[in-house]
Each structure stands twice: as C-alpha cells, then as structure tokens.
Design a protein around this ligand. Sequence first.
Ligand SMILES: *[C@@H]1O[C@H](CO)[C@@H](O)[C@H](O)[C@H]1NC(C)=O
Ligand SMILES: *[C@@H]1O[C@H](CO)[C@@H](O)[C@H](O)[C@H]1NC(C)=O
Ligand SMILES: *[C@@H]1O[C@H](CO)[C@@H](O)[C@H](O)[C@H]1NC(C)=O
Ligand SMILES: *[C@@H]1O[C@H](CO)[C@@H](O)[C@H](O)[C@H]1NC(C)=O
Ligand SMILES: *[C@@H]1O[C@H](CO)[C@@H](O)[C@H](O)[C@H]1NC(C)=O
Length: 184
Amino acid sequence: MEKSLILALVLVLGTAVAVAPCRGYYSGAEPYVPAPKKVTHLHFFLQDIMSGENPSAVVVARPNVTTASNDTFGSVVATDDLLTIGPNVTSGVIGNAQGLWVSTGREVSCLTVYMDFGFTVGEFNGSSISIFSRNPVSQTERELAVVGGRGKFRMAQGYAQLKTYYVNFTTGDAIVEYKVTVIH
Ligand SMILES: *[C@@H]1O[C@H](CO)[C@@H](O)[C@H](O)[C@H]1NC(C)=O
Ligand SMILES: *[C@@H]1O[C@H](CO)[C@@H](O)[C@H](O)[C@H]1NC(C)=O
Ligand SMILES: *[C@@H]1O[C@H](CO)[C@@H](O)[C@H](O)[C@H]1NC(C)=O
Ligand SMILES: *[C@@H]1O[C@H](CO)[C@@H](O)[C@H](O)[C@H]1NC(C)=O
Ligand SMILES: *[C@@H]1O[C@H](CO)[C@@H](O)[C@H](O)[C@H]1NC(C)=O
C-alpha cells in the first residue's frame, strides 16, 4: 500500500515536472465558438492636418535622398487625426485615428496606413477598428481593409470606402470621407 502510494506520488510529481514548463504561458486549447456576427456601418470624416501650429499628422522620418521631383516616397507620418461627423471640424468629434502612414508609392502617389480608429462617443465609445492597408490616394475613391478591432469591434473584419473631400497638396492637409462596413 505504501509502495503504491509512493509510486503514485512519483507519477504525479513526475507528471507535474513534465508539464510544469508549459504552465504559465499556455493553458490549453479550447474549441473556438464564434459569437453570432453583426454588421455595423460607420460614416465619418477624417481630418489629416499637417499644416499650422497644431498639426494632427507629423513627419517623423524621411529618406535622405535627392530626387528629381519633390516626391514624398519613404516619408513616415505619425497621426492623431480627428474623426468628425461632417466634413467641417465644427460638426462634432466622434473619435480619433492614431497610427502611421507611410508614403510607399514610387511611381504613383500611394500610402500604406497602419492606423487604429478609436471612437469616443455613443455605443462604440472605447472601441476601435484597425486598418492596415494600401491607400492609393491618387484615386478620389478607394477601398481600405479593416483587419481587426477592439472592444465591441473585437475580431472585426471589413472594409472602408474612402472619398477625398478636400486635399491641399502644398500643405498636405486632407479631409477624407469614410464609409466603413464592419463585421464583428
Ligand atoms: C544626407 O546625405 C548627404 C549626402 O549623402 C550627407 O552629406 C548628409 O550628411 C546627410 N544628412 C543627414 C541628416 O543624414
Ligand atoms: C521642390 O520644392 C521646392 C521648395 O518647395 C521648389 O522650390 C522646387 O521648385 C520643387 N521642385 C520640383 C521639381 O518640383
Ligand atoms: C466650418 O464651420 C465654421 C462655422 O460654422 C465656418 O466658419 C467655416 O467656414 C466652416 N469651414 C469649412 C471648411 O466649411
Ligand atoms: C466615453 O468613455 C469614457 C471612459 O469610459 C468616459 O469617461 C466618457 O465620458 C465617455 N464619453 C461619452 C461621450 O460617453
Ligand atoms: C493650399 O494651401 C496654401 C497655403 O495655405 C494656400 O495658399 C493654397 O491656396 C491652398 N490651395 C488650395 C487648392 O486650397
């Protein structure tokens, strides 16, 4: 009896020792049960302002190469852009888009955006959607990929249809209309 107890102890301890390295960072796989999906449509304007005393988008790095044209290829811009209900900033702020956009088009102006669109009012206050996408800004209308989200947008996927409302290529200021379809 005592022998079998010791054997059992050894087995238990042995198992514990063998399993121990996994504990703490891996708690086992469970089947993923997705919640029923919802479709949410969002409509807002992004204010990407590079000019003035209080810009919402600032160049944080640019390549040190001399090119024939004054293109911005390679520039990295950090943003905290306001999201507003209408095109005018006075229409009401509903959130902000924080992240980076990089000028990645060599031949034709194009950006790649890595941005988190966070909402600060209403049902989606505290939630955000993640956009990681090419943004061919030379086209007035374009589509971006929504690749994820936080809070009420957890596990989101979707797409954003963009339309440039205003752009000034001298200052770099732009106001862009976003119509986003989010499945979450
Ligand atoms: C930019 O490149 C030029 C030529 O290679 C060099 O002289 C200059 O120091 C560089 N400037 C910076 C800020 O790295
Ligand atoms: C580049 O920009 C400078 C300063 O804004 C301007 O004087 C020059 O004409 C521009 N060059 C080209 C090729 O556009
Ligand atoms: C935004 O609205 C303000 C006040 O309503 C107005 O003075 C301003 O001209 C508007 N700006 C634009 C770009 O429409
Ligand atoms: C949004 O949520 C924050 C944090 O929970 C809260 O402080 C704020 O009052 C909320 N804003 C609105 C407009 O509901
Ligand atoms: C762009 O901004 C500059 C500087 O504020 C201004 O002089 C110019 O008229 C603007 N161009 C357009 C098309 O709005």
